[in-house]
Design a protein around this ligand. Structure first.
Ligand code: NAD
Ligand code: SER
Length: 325
């Protein structure tokens, strides 16, 4: 089928310079055309990897500027990625709540007024808490998050569903597990040990892990997460029955298990354990996720298992990125 890119909906990704955005923008540009996908971030400089297309500095907390940019540029789809992640959020709870909630209302309201036709807003496994069943956590279950990050994601889910039910806002969301990637450094999450570990392994260093060896957490390789995001956004509206956020599963593992897989592929690697405040956050989250609703409703299926993910990371992690961090 011939697609006329000139008339395609303009898409804006806010928080585009982060771990997810740097890969999502490139994939969306391939599908929709470079000029139709605008990357926006608080960072003044456009990351090198996104320099092939439009980039705008934007503070999602500046409601009026965001509104006028979206209205004047006739943006029809928004991916709202700007947020403080779990570990960083615990250090500044009041600001985390502000950042994680206010931008969402700005975008939901623009959709309610008819300016935007579709929104993606990511939730997280952090919506669950210590009273949630830990193994194969169901879509619908007890949710009593104990982190400010989890509280903001749970509140965000409820508001997304509210705007869908009451104003027919087409907002879609996924409870991402911990995401693992090599194109940019991660931004302050509890699951980020599973990225840091590859940099130390490739430097030939031992890795001191901030979680204990048997802490199982749900994880996913970024390529799978980007594909899931796009598949959800492209699914027909009536197939998207959950308007809070979908459970999504890739591969679950413990620090001991990922270290063993790295050792198999890179001899001499060693890990030690020095749990810090992030242990308590991890202990409050599920170890594995039941994502059958995503599988049944819009056909989700992961491709990367632990072994493939470790191989890809070891082949591609560029330790010189640590110099610019
Ligand atoms: P990240 O920290 O790597 O990137 C966030 C980006 O937002 C950064 O580039 C930052 O500069 C930008 N930003 C911060 N404040 C902003 C503001 N006021 N205005 C505009 N931009 C601003 O985060 P990420 O890992 O890419 O995560 C993106 C989203 O996905 C977040 O909502 C996060 O909660 C969610 N999520 C991520 C993971 C994960 O493992 N990475 C897991 C679950 C959910
Ligand atoms: N990876 C994220 C974090 O650890 C989960 O949302 O904060």
């Amino acid at each position: 089928m011939h697609v006329n890119l000139e008339f395609m909906n303009k898409t804006l990704i806010i928080g585009a310079a982060g771990q997810i955005g740097t890969e999502l923008v490139l994939e969306l540009r391939q599908r929709k055309g470079v000029q139709n996908v605008i990357a926006a971030d608080l960072k003044e400089d456009c990351p090198k990897g996104l320099a092939d297309g439009p980039y705008v500095q934007m503070d999602v907390l500046d409601r009026e500027s965001v509104r006028s940019y979206i209205i004047e540029n006739e943006i029809k789809e928004v991916y709202l990625l700007a947020a403080l992640l779990s570990a960083t959020a615990e250090k500044n709870p009041a600001f985390a709540w502000k950042l994680n909630m206010e931008g969402l209302f700005t975008i939901l309201d623009l959709a309610k007024e008819g300016h935007i036709s579709k929104i993606f807003w990511p939730s997280s496994i952090a919506v669950f808490g210590p009273t949630t069943p830990k193994v194969n956590t169901p879509q619908l279950t007890i949710m009593e998050p104990t982190t400010v990050y989890g509280i903001s994601k749970q509140a965000g889910e409820r508001w997304c569903e509210y705007y869908f039910n009451n104003y027919d806002v087409d907002v879609r969301s996924i409870r991402y597990p911990g995401l693992i990637s090599y194109t940019s450094l991660p931004g302050g999450g509890t699951t980020d040990y599973a990225v840091d570990i590859f940099y130390q392994a490739k430097l030939g260093n031992n890795y001191s892990c901030f979680l204990s060896e048997d802490t199982a957490l749900p994880m996913m390789y970024m390529k799978d997460a980007i594909r899931a995001t796009i598949e959800l956004m492209e699914a027909p509206k009536e197939q998207v029955k959950i308007r809070s956020a979908y459970n999504l599963s890739g591969c679950s593992f413990t620090p001991k298990e990922i270290a063993a897989e790295i050792k198999d592929q890179l001899s001499g690697f060693e890990i030690s354990y020095a749990p810090d405040f992030r242990q308590q956050i991890a202990d409050s989250w599920p170890g594995s996720i039941d994502d059958s609703e995503a599988r049944n409703q819009w056909g989700w299926k992961e491709e990367f298992n632990l072994q493939m993910m470790v191989k890809t990371m070891l082949e591609n992690v560029d330790v010189s990125m640590l110099d610019n961090a």
